[in-house]
Design a protein around this ligand. Sequence first.
Ligand SMILES: C[S@@+](CC[C@H](N)C(=O)[O-])C[C@H]1O[C@@H](n2cnc3c(N)ncnc32)[C@H](O)[C@@H]1O
Length: 277
Amino acid sequence: MNEQERKQHIKATFDAVAARYDCDALRFFEHAAALLPEVFDFEGGESVLDVAAGTGIPALAMAPHLPRGTVTAVDLSEGMLAQAAAKCHASGLGNVVFQQMDMTAMAFQDAAFDAANCSFGVFFVEEMAGTLRHIAAKVRPGGKVVTTHFRAGSFGPLAELFLRRVDAYGLPAPPPGWLRVASEEQNIELFEAAGLAQPQVASHDVGYLLDDAAHWWEVIWNAGFCGLIAPLDENRLARFRQEHLAEVSELMTADGLPLDIGVLITKGVKPRQLENG
Ligand SMILES: C[S@@+](CC[C@H](N)C(=O)[O-])C[C@H]1O[C@@H](n2cnc3c(N)ncnc32)[C@H](O)[C@@H]1O
């Protein structure tokens, strides 16, 4: 798959899951986004670019902290953005705008924003440093750039069993792209390669107990994992689900099914001399 085909596949995957993405099983996305206002330490009047905004979870977590500011949220998937816009409308927030855009080629002027955020987005592209440099180019000198990525070990044995089964069904099961930025060192390296100054990483646990194996299926079916099993026809998918949930059920504890999710939030500063990206 070339980069263009990969993007099409990602867009199709997120368009397909958009209406299901804001579900209880995936609430770690909200837990992670809730940490952002403190990381940015907003004054309240900033213009913030939110990249790979999805259904607006980070944008909606930041917007109430920007009473005189704005969030401009961009994503490749119109389906995800439609959900974001509906949620924003329902919440009465008037300071968020949404635009469909590829994060590797954003049509904003350089230094147009005071700060930029990208939660669980950069690892979808092949060229992560170039993309982060492009995001940073949209931020004024001295502004903050923040990313959130999964920490190594996230999803634990559940994801390992899932990927093994994907492979057993003859489907491509490449190592998850997020493993490329799953350690503190990898995130520091990424920020340095993107020309960002003073990178700092904070690690947080945002996991919880799922009720049962069916709840784990919601994690798979309602977000990015879903793209790996999209080629299965109805019968094979039903068989896959049954077999996978049987193996996952064996990991149940008396309290529930542990979903271990760690996140690494990295903050850097746009230096005065960063070249245009
Ligand atoms: C796991 S979701 C994260 C969404 C949101 N940031 C959150 O924290 O809930 C990843 C998002 O990245 C978007 N995405 C992937 N590649 C992209 C690209 N090249 N340009 C813009 N968005 C992209 C997907 O459409 C999807 O909405």
